[in-house]
Design a protein around this ligand. Structure first.
Ligand code: SF4
Length: 744
């Protein structure tokens, strides 16, 4: 149909933290989106990557959950796991599904099955035909009554600490706010977290300690004002594609790019310097850079005297890292370290962007501490073209964290263990609150396995049975819960194990606000109705809240937003009706007339004394080093075409057609040494499991390292990963474990 006959709905892309503005053109005669187009907004300028442009048809998949489901098997282990995700055949401990009641019972739910979209059976997804017989359809009344009764029962019998909730960075700000409020005010516990724990929790821990704020200090568009940029632990072309276009454009205008990453990428091809560090050696690398910057006198003493604390201790620590020593640890030539240190030290305006190659280590907080020190000692904070920017992963991981979906903070990072703060929230929410920090995602998994630990869980849009490290352990733990309710749009790997499944709405089916990596708060608008009996998420949360005795009566997301903003000084002045078509940055003194504040910390940091607190770090090796049995280092991450556990993008026809199969990326010599050719099937095993997938020979990998994306259930990378965590951010070491690859 001609464009003028289509309905145009302005919204936001649901995938990465760039949060591109877009318009969906809807053909109402077919009840379907015809196409999507980028829309002008300061952070995306009308651009979209392949996910934003084509990755929305999953919402119309016949596999959508359309009716509440209740498990009919009465005992654990619950439901079968497909053979392809059971992991190591020798590892019986992980077989949460093996030996369960495979025949199930009750009537089969009348849901869409695999392959009914008239095209082809989606590869590697949950087998609906196998799982659905274990469930029966229910009314909303019945399902919600059961959820409330079981969670309340566990709470009454075993105490608040027996309840936990996983929200999601896919939630809107309003959903995230209500979810954490439900767990805190309804169940009296701070056991509420989300996938920020797997993403940038260590960056946030370091930023809070160092500069008193977990958000970015400047935008990615501000790269245009920098003369030097460090991009580290990130492949932005795959993970933040439109932000990557800003970096490449800045390079064309003369900004120097220093790229620090174990892997090569299209960004390294644009970079002036590529420091191809060995995985897990970032502290040794940045300590050497600072050693050189200090030795050459390229520090900003005026800035340090006025605005930095603990500089002397930093000098003592980095004194142990001359370039020659660092070269031995990192594999980067000492002369290149010296060269890069000079370029950074001489920059008039330098900014650092980092990704999960920095954060997803047991030393993730130390890695980020080094980056904070790098900027602080050279005065590269608080001016245009300077600053610190952890590139946030999911489109609303910033907003969900801001809204309090983390166990140690109420909304706006106000500590649950601060008496005055807690009293303020108790007054606002009209109930007594838990004075202790709650458990994180990674700690909740461990707690389920302990006596007196978590027994009942509410999962909203998370899929830990595929996304968390060492998923055999996750499956073993969470399959032992007394009660699990999952609210999602598809039958995910986690929903397979639920007692109750609540059919939720995709972002296309509701209104809500989302906060991108730049601190830009934007409105997502409703494009279509949810399918069948599926409902919008904030209403489901409210219905559960009412059933457990909370007196909630929100009439709309904007009403929730107004309450939330009233408790969040950083979001002051923002309202749904002043966000406009392009959203607003926070903080923002006058949203009616201003886009908001780009550069933070121009006069003081957010710490109590206003200073940047440097925390020097010593380099520590990764927790599981290669050895004779497992000689390769495994790195995991994302592809451009897919998103996280693939529940949406693998049901998107265009995206799954471009990238349909799981591959292990290997250096040509590592492949040749094992007799493996490009395209051949191989087995990858670690101490925790084995997967089988295809070999991709790639010059972008370092010798001795390999890379596997974690989107593919049929070759689940997280069967291999290790569940060791960073002691501060509690983030797992997704970027380093020992594996072997061999012909299958
Ligand atoms: Fe969506 Fe990120 Fe791509 Fe923009 S860059 S279209 S937000 S996935």
């Amino acid at each position: 149909r001609p464009r003028e006959e289509l309905d145009a709905v302005d919204s936001v892309c649901p995938y990465c933290g760039v949060g591109c503005a877009l318009t969906y053109y809807v053909d109402r005669s077919r009840g379907a989106i015809a196409f999507a187009e980028g829309r002008d907004q300061p952070g995306s300028k009308g651009r979209l990557c392949v996910k934003g442009r084509y990755g929305w048809d999953y919402a119309a998949s016949p596999q959508r959950l359309t009716v509440p489901l209740i498990r009919v098997d009465s005992s654990y282990p619950k439901g079968p796991l497909s053979a392809d995700v059971r992991g190591d055949a020798d590892n019986d401990r992980g077989r949460a599904g093996a030996g369960g009641n495979r025949s199930g019972g009750g009537r089969s739910a009348k849901l869409s099955k695999n392959g009914k979209d008239g095209r082809r059976k989606p590869g590697g997804l949950v087998d609906y035909d196998e799982v659905l017989p274990h469930f029966r359809e229910a009314t909303w009344e019945e399902a919600l009554d059961l959820v409330a009764r079981r969670l309340k029962g566990i709470h009454a019998e075993q105490g608040p600490g027996a309840i936990a909730g996983f929200g999601s960075a896919k939630c809107s700000n309003e959903e995230a706010y209500l979810f954490q409020k439900l767990i805190r005010a309804g169940f009296g516990t701070n056991n509420v977290d989300h996938c920020t724990r797997l993403c940038h929790a260590s960056s946030v821990a370091a930023l809070f300690e160092g500069v008193g704020s977990g958000a970015v200090s400047t935008t990615y568009g501000d790269v245009a004002n920098a003369d030097v940029v460090i991009i580290t632990g990130s492949n932005p072309t795959a993970n933040h594609p439109v932000a990557s276009s800003f970096f490449k454009q800045a390079r064309r205008r003369g900004t120097k790019i220093i790229y620090v990453d174990p892997r090569a990428s299209t960004v390294s091809e644009h970079a002036d310097y590529h420091c191809q560090v060995k995985p897990g050696t970032d502290v040794a690398f940045y300590n050497a850079i600072m050693h050189e910057v200090i030795r050459l006198g390229l520090i900003d003493m005026e800035f340090i005297r006025a605005r930095v604390s603990n500089f002397e201790e930093l000098v003592r620590t980095v004194g142990d890292y001359p370039p020659e020593r660092s070269a031995q640890i990192t594999g980067v030539d000492a002369d290149l370290i010296r060269q890069v240190a000079r370029v950074w030290g001489e920059a008039k305006a330098g900014v650092i962007y980092w990704g999960m190659g920095i954060s997803q280590h047991t030393t993730g907080t130390d890695n980020a501490r080094c980056l904070i020190a790098m900027c602080s000692i050279t005065g590269n904070v608080g001016r245009p073209g300077t600053g610190l920017h952890p590139l946030r992963g999911q489109n609303n991981v910033q907003g969900a964290s801001d809204a309090g979906l983390i166990p140690m903070f109420y909304p706006d990072y106000q500590g649950v263990d601060r008496d005055a703060t807690r009293r303020r929230f108790e007054e606002a929410w009209g109930t007594e609150l838990d004075p202790d920090r709650g458990l994180t995602v990674t700690e909740i998994i461990g707690s389920v396995l302990k006596p007196g630990g978590v027994r009942g869980m509410y999962m909203l849009g998370e899929n830990p049975f595929l996304s968390d490290p060492n998923i055999n352990k996750v499956r073993k733990a969470l399959s032992q819960l007394d009660f699990l309710v999952v609210q999602d749009i598809f039958l995910t790997e986690t929903a397979e194990f639920a007692d109750v499944i609540l059919p939720a709405s995709s972002y296309l089916e509701k209104e809500g606000s989302y906060t991108n990596t730049d601190r830009r708060v934007q409105l997502g608008r409703k494009v279509m109705d949810p399918p069948g009996q599926a409902r919008v998420d904030w209403e489901i949360i409210q219905d559960i809240a009412r059933r457990i005795g909370l007196d909630w009566s929100y009439a709309s997301p904007s009403e929730v937003f107004d309450e939330m903003v009233g408790l969040m000084p950083s979001y002051a002045n923002l309202r749904h009706d002043n966000l406009g078509l392009t959203g607003k940055l926070y903080p923002n003194a006058d949203p009616e007339h201003s886009d908001g504040t780009v550069v933070l910390f121009d006069e003081r940091f957010n710490t109590d004394d206003g200073l940047a607190h440097l925390v020097p770090a010593q380099w520590l090796p990764a927790k599981e080093l290669p050895d004779a049995e497992y000689p390769l280092v495994l790195n995991t991450g994302r592809l451009l075409e897919h998103w996280h556990t693939g529940s949406m993008t693998r049901r998107s026809y265009a995206l799954d057609t471009i990238a349909p199969i799981a591959e292990v990326y290997m250096h040509p010599k590592d492949a040749a040494d094992r007799g493996l050719a490009h395209g051949q099937r191989a087995r990858v095993r670690s101490r925790r499991g084995t997967i089988e997938l295809q070999v991709r020979v790639s010059h972008r990998e370092q010798l001795g390292n390999c890379f596997i994306p974690f989107h593919f259930r049929e070759a689940a990378a997280n069967l291999l990963t290790i569940d060791e965590i960073d002691p501060y951010g509690k983030i797992p070491e997704f970027k380093f474990c020992a594996v072997q690859v061999e012909a299958s």
